[in-house]
Design a protein around this ligand. Structure first.
Ligand code: FAD
Length: 521
């Protein structure tokens, strides 16, 4: 039978390692590569302008690659459950393919879409390629619960074996006999909108350091993989949060949108490692991809993963409600130059180093401001190019010592931490030019500089740059006690309800079961 297929791009904005796209092309007469601008995202999430730009570029790049295969990308706005049935009829569709997405909204959306497809007699083929493994399989192998430590996680995936090899991108050969019926007015009807078309305010767009798209992702991957010694020696804790040039790969935005397949990244690393001495997980680059997989697994297995309430693994903390302090943190006005420089880099460029994320997350939550990690999560969701539902929630819980990490007495100093890797404060001066002329001695604590020094630097603390919001030495000790109380409360409650520490057994949803059957390795 010759099929008319829609391949629905959501994440996975690439041609390489795209098994669902390959499935769309099999025995196919007409293929329609589709991207939907789903209004749910604009209503329920906050997407900053830099991330919009990244997405639009990734779509343009995809369209350019599809053109080389004599095909096109069709972009349509509207809720999938309204748009897809219309397209099924219009294009006489018999098959729908897409990449499995484990986020809660995506799961419920796909369940609805699969129901509709059945009504229209459309075969649905979902394929796993956003993660290294089938996440459900990891949970199954761990007796139906997500592994709660990295060590346990590693042992489960070791038993499963290495991730599947990526599948090659479709070629002109694969497209033989397959056509895309795009008309003269394709641009008008199905073209990729500009930021202006979407009604977005572009006045705050930052410099474009990380252009979106698969071609750029593969180019950057190649570039890194040529640095054999660097790749083999890579140890995450030894990289610097405040180097002027990023000290890690910055492939995260590309992996997040699926411009780069995690499995391609994994196997390219394996090639570089082959026959050489190299670092190992958790600190190696393979280890970083396993962190990603670890948080994806916990995000699937733990209910209400992006919230404190109703999340059985999250310590319940009496966070303060302090809109002024939250705004100061978000807008880089805390008066701690290291923190403010990081928040400026985040807003302008959309990416900050992992340890910089540690510093500002600890500062907002258990370290200094005692504001809920959910608030920080929202700000990161808006500003990060790599904002990812599972990774953002998981890492915020970690940093706030709400889950996974419990050494709440280990607090990052907003003064001493940055000095370790940037004694003279070059990073601070880059992002906070107002402090440019401050001597190194005071760059992390400008409020301590004598008035004459402040005058000479042309920056008076309290006038040109804010005074510190809190006294770190005092407040962090008080916060440790508050955290101690939250932990004590939790352990007394745990005695009453052992299921909390052990974790609630996950109830498999029907869509998970369907994916499982189709995609079991
Ligand atoms: P590299 O060190 O080069 O690592 C390679 C890849 O491994 C990354 O591209 C990423 O896909 C993955 N990775 C690395 N570290 C982690 C980690 N700790 N957890 C999960 N995956 C990891 N990462 C996101 O991609 N999206 C987020 O929304 C996000 N939110 C975070 C929030 C907080 C509070 C913290 C502390 C960390 C967060 N991270 C998030 C994880 C991490 O900081 C970034 O993945 C990493 O800094 C990206 O830079 P890179 O590509 O240079 O990483």
């Amino acid at each position: 039978m010759s099929h008319n297929s829609i391949h629905w791009f959501r994440k996975g904005l690439r041609l390489h390692d795209n098994p669902a796209l390959i499935a769309a092309l099999k025995d196919c007469k007409h293929v329609y590569p589709l991207f939907l601008l789903d209004p749910w995202y604009s209503k329920n999430t906050c997407i900053g302008i830099n991330r919009w730009r990244f997405l639009i570029e990734a779509l343009r790049d995809l369209d350019a690659s599809l053109k080389k295969l004599n095909s096109r990308l069709f972009v349509v706005s509207g809720p999938p459950t309204e748009v897809l049935p219309k397209l099924f009829e219009k294009w006489k569709i018999t098959r729908l393919t897409f990449e499995v997405d484990t986020e809660p909204y995506s799961q419920s959306r796909d369940k609805e879409v699969m129901k509709l497809a059945k009504e229209y007699g459309v075969e649905v083929i979902p394929k796993i390629s956003h993660t290294l493994y089938n996440i459900d399989r990891i949970i199954d192998e761990n007796n139906g619960k997500p592994p709660m430590t990295y060590v346990r996680f590693q042992s489960v995936v070791k038993d499963i074996g290495p991730p599947k090899k990526p599948v090659p991108a479709p070629t002109k050969e694969d497209m033989k006999g397959v056509s895309t019926a795009s008309s003269e007015d394709h641009e008008e009807e199905f073209g990729i909108p500009t930021l202006e078309d979407l009604g977005l305010d572009t006045s705050s767009l930052g410099p474009e350091l990380f252009p979106g798209g698969e071609q750029e992702a593969l180019r950057r991957l190649d570039e890194h993989m040529q640095r054999t010694a660097w790749v083999c020696k890579f140890e995450k804790p030894k990289t610097s949060p405040n180097s002027i040039i990023p000290s890690t790969t910055v492939l995260s935005p590309y992996v997040r949108f699926g411009c780069l397949s995690a499995r391609t990244f994994w196997w390219r690393l394996a090639e570089v490692y082959r026959g050489k001495q190299h670092s190992e997980p958790p600190v190696s680059l393979h280890g970083q991809l396993l962190w990603r997989e670890f948080f994806y697994t916990t995000a699937v297995g733990i209910p209400n993963f992006n919230r404190m309430e109703g999340n059985p693994h999250c310590v319940q903390v009496d966070w303060d409600n302090n809109p002024e302090h939250l705004a100061a943190w978000r807008e880089a006005r805390t008066g701690f130059p290291f923190i403010d420089a990081i928040m400026t880099q985040l807003r302008q460029e959309g990416w900050i180093h992992h340890l910089a994320r540690h510093a500002v997350a600890c500062f907002l939550t258990r370290g200094d401001l005692w504001i809920s990690w959910e608030e920080g999560q929202k700000v990161f969701e808006e500003l990060l190019l790599d904002a990812d539902w599972s990774l953002n929630a998981g890492n915020w819980q970690w940093l706030s010592a709400s889950a996974f990490f419990h050494q709440y007495f280990r607090v990052y100093s907003p003064i001493a931490f940055g000095k370790k890797t940037d004694k003279y404060g070059d990073y601070i001066k880059k992002y906070l030019p107002v402090l440019n002329k401050f001597p190194a001695e005071y760059i992390y604590e400008p409020w301590k500089a004598p008035r004459s020094v402040q005058e000479r630097a042309g920056c008076i603390v309290g006038k040109d740059y804010p005074r510190p919001l809190v006294e770190h030495d005092v407040i962090h000790k008080k916060n440790i006690q508050r955290m101690k109380a939250a932990y004590a409360k939790r352990s007394s409650e745990d005695k009453d309800d052992q299921t909390i520490t052990k974790g609630a057994k996950r109830k498999a949803t029907s869509i998970q079961d369907m994916f499982e059957k189709k995609a079991k390795r």
